[in-house]
Design a protein around this ligand. Sequence first.
Ligand SMILES: Cc1cc2nc3c(=O)[nH]c(=O)nc-3n(C[C@H](O)[C@H](O)[C@H](O)COP(=O)(O)O)c2cc1C
Length: 373
Amino acid sequence: MADLSVCVNGLNLPNPFLIASGPPSTNANVIAKAFDEGWGAVVTKTCCLRAERIINVAPRYARLRAEGTDEIYGWENIELISDRAFSTWLSEFRWLKERYPDQVVIASIMEECNRDAWIEIVQRVQETGVDALELNLSCPHGLPERKMGSAMGQDPEITRQVCEWVMSVAKVPVWAKLTPNITRIEDPGRAALQAGCSGLSAINTLLCIMGVNLETLRPEPTVEGYSTPGGYSCKAVRPIALRMVAELSRLRRDEFPDRTISGLGGIESGEDAAQFILLGADTIQVCTGVMKHGYALVRRMREALTAFMERHGFETVEQFRGHSLRYLTTHADLVRRQAEARQAGRDGAVLRDTDWRADEVVAQSERLARSVG
Ligand SMILES: Cc1cc2nc3c(=O)[nH]c(=O)nc-3n(C[C@H](O)[C@H](O)[C@H](O)COP(=O)(O)O)c2cc1C
């Protein structure tokens, strides 16, 4: 039987499936439910010292559905971090660690670019007994207006500064959660790891506009007739998340082999999770998938990951973590490999396959053009 347990930064998890920071980890009750259902750990909804300044609006979600079906592919939110009092969070962290001493609670925290505020939040949160911290340097909407969230994570020097403040007092492992709204995610990733963070989480949401309502002519989600760009998540972002996790995994492999990567973005199945692990993730996190399918999703994910491992003869997650990174190369290298294969007469199948696909694409376009015409 495949063993799903993993050890990350000294924390022992029964499986690599984590609830990500967001609505599924918004208070102690739902976090307890996640543990009861068998999630490997929970990253709590982001809290801050002065929650009275966090004011949410409604509606704050908009969904993109596959044409002709109800299936949700893309999800926009303009939800801020938690608006629950910091003192409430502190007592709930304590309660969770008393009730679930063996389960891993990772507290997500955010503050402005202020040394004293970061030091205070780290000290007060870690005193409650939480197992680790995740720094939200990546929320792309609302908070950047106040120089918080992705406004910090998009600047590698600010990322380094904040992580240094945090690491000067942290006694538990710290993950920096990175924004995908940046050209080179390795730059803030390297800054966070150079500052001493134990790991990286990627990705937070992509800044987006879900659409414009063609009756009202207003962008969605619409609040009192107006909108603002929000964070995009769900299946549609998975390819981008995979690419970014692969880039961070390479950085870790080449420069920081003792650190860890938590991959997220559009993960909804054990097969999705396997792909992130194959590209180097130690753990994976799920947010929108839990909002769509409920906490019991983890049972299906565990079964599917176990089946994948047994099919390939992997006994532990460690045995295949990062396996597929070796097959990622440059385009120039692909050209060289194909030229060599052609020279060696090994290319027949590849060429026929490519030709067939090209024909098929042309035929499909012609069919489409005929049906439209
Ligand atoms: C409604 C909603 C609220 C979120 N709130 C937070 C948050 O408070 N802190 C945080 O770090 N990420 C937050 N996220 C981002 C998720 O943790 C995650 O990074 C992102 O949604 C991609 O993963 P997914 O496709 O599994 O949702 C939120 C996402 C959603 C959809």
